[in-house]
Write a protein that binds this ligand. Structure first.
Ligand code: FCB
Length: 487
């Protein structure tokens, strides 16, 4: 694939243009792409253990090989350069850098990220580091995992190790990726590693993820140069009531509490919302869980809020007389037969909006993204936003000639980028967009069956092929604007 660098493009000043300086990126995560799980001192993470446990992932897929990015990163940076990316968001594998989750760093592990960052900088691509994208060292899980307070402290130590190694050349830092998934899919429904289904543990995990974030922000501020920008990436649920009835609105409020405000409350407003404490007080002893000083730590100011968005959620109250069951969770695509990840919400039903869906079964609705960005802008004025993940899986297949035509992905991206543009036009301060994902990869419990990439990966040969969407995105970046008329 060929494409010009963004600097060479004439500025597009049309209404379809994004602001000057808007950061165009793509995202990945360590366990989903690196492979090389047992080299250079790396030890198992909870995702190694979970994916090797029979029945946990589709087809028994694991990240053992993934896309072999650990060995092919130079080639992958070339692909990014062909896209004209301004930035690349990747995560550091905790068990590669600090195998036991304690003590000194393993330099060979850090060296991989030093090489990657150097390669990015040589290609004019800004590195954006995520410290935690779900791969907790197994030893820390064995010591209690995120439901244990000590894990938050270990996370801050690890943040310092990475900041000391990369702080001279990385300016954009994210503490946690989607702590909701870590807490509520990992410990609430158990469809993600470590696979525990215990709402009380999930709520404890949520608090310790919040605390870990705050402690890591403190550690990063100490270790990094002043100009470093620190963020967290949240998968906020754009939750809508099925009807305007009081009971459906109440169901949506509860999902908003345990899906969103359990993180935004303490991180951005200085405390857990009263309604969340009331809704979940029977599950967890909040006054014992939250120690003096925790809330001040968690609320340490951040420079940017990362927003990951794929689809909206539609919630309703279970009709009177119907017994709560696991349908609530499976309807929402959270795992067949699993307990709802939304702690205390077994009596909330989830629905798919009508219309087109991605291969994940997720309804396609870009208004969810603009509504979410505008809500954040209203509720947290002055806090810059960044879309740190957005994209779609479709059943891509190469033609006999080797091309990969993915018009549905282009359509999805066009709609969602237009939603970002509209939110900006309405006042939201959105600084950039990271497309999920650079290339097809290990999609967690779904294994390799779900393809989100701009580049198609042939897992037998590890060949990467630009999909049509890659060329389309390169053109958007080159112009700084959506190329086609948008309604
Ligand atoms: C997000 C994850 C990311 C990827 C996308 C599809 O929840 O952060 O790793 O799996 O979903």
């Amino acid at each position: 694939m060929t494409s010009a660098r963004p600097e060479s493009a004439p500025a597009d000043t049309s209404v379809r243009a994004f602001p000057a300086g808007f950061l165009w990126g793509a995202a990945t995560a360590a366990y989903q792409i690196e492979g090389a799980v047992d080299v250079d001192g790396r030890t198992p993470s909870i995702w190694d253990t979970f994916s090797r446990t029979p029945g946990r992932t589709d087809g028994g897929d694991t990240g053992d090989r993934a896309t072999e990015h650990y060995h092919r990163y130079r080639q992958d940076v070339r692909l990014m350069s062909e896209l004209g990316l301004g930035a690349y968001r990747f995560s550091v594998s905790w068990p590669r850098v600090q195998p036991t989750g304690r003590g000194p760093a393993v330099e060979r592990g850090l060296d991989f990220y030093r090489r990657l960052v150097d390669e990015l900088l040589e290609h004019g691509i800004e590195p954006a580091v995520t410290l935690y994208h779900w791969d907790l060292p197994q030893e820390l899980e064995d010591a209690g995992g995120w439901p244990a307070r000590s894990t938050a402290e270990r996370f801050a130590d690890y943040a310092t190790l990475v900041a000391d190694a990369l702080g001279d050349r990385v300016n954009l830092w994210t503490t946690l990726n989607e702590p909701w998934c870590s807490a509520f899919l990992g410990y609430g429904s158990g469809v993600h590693a470590p696979g525990r289904a215990d709402w009380a543990a999930a709520l404890r995990a949520a608090h310790h993820l919040n605390l870990g974030h705050g402690l890591a922000v403190e550690a990063l501020r100490t270790a990094l140069p002043r100009e470093a920008r620190i963020a967290v990436s949240l998968n906020l649920h754009e939750v809508r009531p099925l009807t305007d009835s009081a009971t459906d609105r109440e169901a949506a409020r509860r999902v908003d509490a345990v899906g969103n405000r359990v993180f935004t409350g303490p991180m951005l407003n200085g405390g857990y919302p009263e309604d969340l404490l009331a809704d979940t007080g029977h599950l967890v002893d909040w006054p014992a869980l939250v120690h003096d000083g925790d809330l001040a730590t968690i609320a340490r100011p951040i420079d940017l809020l990362g927003v990951n968005y794929y689809t909206p959620a539609v919630a309703s109250a279970l009709p009177d007389g119907k017994a709560p069951d696991s349908a609530a969770a499976s309807d929402a695509g959270h795992g067949d037969g699993a307990q709802s990840p939304f702690a205390g919400c077994a009596d909330v039903l989830f629905h798919h909006a009508p219309g087109r869906r991605t291969a994940m079964g997720w309804p396609i609705d870009p208004t969810g993204l603009s509504d979410l960005l505008l809500r954040l802008h209203r509720e947290h004025p002055g806090l810059p936003l960044m879309v740190t993940e957005n994209g779609a899986a479709f059943d891509d297949r190469p033609t006999p000639e080797g091309a990969v035509h993915d018009p549905q992905r282009i359509d999805y991206l066009r709609g969602h980028l237009d939603a970002v543009r509209r939110a900006i036009a309405a006042g939201a301060d959105v600084r950039g967009y990271f497309l999920w994902s650079l290339m097809d990869n290990f999609e967690w419990a779904y294994g390799y069956g779900k393809r989100f990439g701009l580049y198609y990966v042939d897992y037998a040969t590890q060949a990467r092929t630009a999909k049509d969407s890659a060329r389309w995105y390169a053109e958007v970046i080159r112009r700084g604007a959506l190329p086609d008329p948008c309604v």
